[in-house]
Design a protein around this ligand. Structure first.
Ligand SMILES: Cc1ncc(C[n+]2csc(CCOP(=O)(O)OP(=O)(O)O)c2C)c(N)n1
Ligand code: SF4
Length: 267
């Protein structure tokens, strides 16, 4: 079996939540097999994971890891394809790719390194930064409400949705593995403290809890935390659904709409 780590110098800040994502992902990739895996990443601190893993990869443009993963999966449906992305990368820059991949139920896994700021470019606010967040692009405090990526992908059609935390690698490994093994679009948000610009470790350590059973009403559970500081933060699998994947539909071929029947439906 090939070595999974590369001997590249690691330039993440000591204590960064990205180390846990790398550790959990390595274990998952070992289980599914390096030769069966391809990974993509966007631009940002998160993207450096590509530099540290000895896995077939595509280091894309900012905001493009999800669509490159979709392309790889179409080209080689046998591969398990994991897209590593940042909140700036896929909730700002490339948000339309995320929505469309969920809508298509593309059989890929998206791992969102949720550090709630554009970290590599030294702290600007992103779509998921809290209201009032002081950053280089919001010096008087962010005036916008944070976006909940889980309710976004749920509404778009994602068939597997989970949340983990860098402070618990074992749990993270478990949910990333489940996501990768799921057929269809799987989305895993990882609460990833950025020790340089937004150190959320204490808050997450105090307020996160793990739930075991996938809830009957996913949105209720998803909305338990509104991305502001108060309230407990649930970690686990929020939603899991069996549905034909984009690649399976593509293989079957075109489906023609019976326009006459469609337009004459009764209301
Ligand atoms: C099209 C484009 N816009 C902006 C940039 C500059 N840029 C590089 S990394 C980065 C921040 C990435 O933030 P995020 O995706 O949240 O990842 P993180 O660094 O937090 O892991 C930005 C804005 C770029 N490289 N390309
Ligand atoms: S700037 Fe933040 S996200 Fe980037 S390596 Fe440092 S701690 Fe990690």
């Amino acid at each position: 079996m090939p070595q999974i780590s590369l001997n590249t110098k690691n330039t993440w800040c000591p204590g960064c939540g990205n180390f846990a994502i790398e550790a959990a992902s390595k274990k998952v990739i070992k289980k599914i097999g390096v030769e069966n895996t391809a990974i993509t990443a966007g631009i940002g601190c998160h993207g450096k994971i590509i530099d540290y893993l000895n896995v077939s990869s595509f280091y894309g443009l900012h905001g493009r890891p999800v669509i490159t993963a979709t392309g790889i999966k179409i080209g080689n449906p046998e591969l398990k394809v994991i897209a590593f992305t940042g909140d700036g990368d896929s909730l700002n820059e490339g948000i339309s790719h995320l929505i469309h991949a969920a809508k298509r139920n593309s059989d890929i896994t998206v791992v969102l390194h949720q550090n709630r700021n554009f970290a590599l470019t030294v702290k600007q606010f992103t779509a998921s930064s809290p209201k009032g967040f002081i950053s280089n692009s919001s010096p008087s405090g962010n005036i916008e409400e944070p976006l909940n990526p889980l309710s976004l992908v749920y509404s778009a059609g994602a068939t597997f949705i989970a949340r983990g935390f860098s402070g618990n690698v074992d749990h993270l490994e478990k949910i990333i593995l489940q996501g990768v093994q799921h057929k269809g679009f799987s989305f895993i948000e990882v609460l990833q403290p950025c020790v340089a610009w937004f150190d959320t470790y204490d808050d997450y350590r105090k307020n996160t809890y793990i739930f075991e059973n996938t809830p009957k009403r996913p949105l209720e559970k998803i909305n338990e935390w509104d991305y502001e500081s108060d309230g407990k933060i649930p970690l686990g699998v929020f939603h899991k659904e069996e549905k034909e994947s984009f690649e399976e539909s593509l293989k079957k071929g075109k489906k023609k709409l019976n326009t006459k029947k469609f337009l004459s439906r009764k209301v």
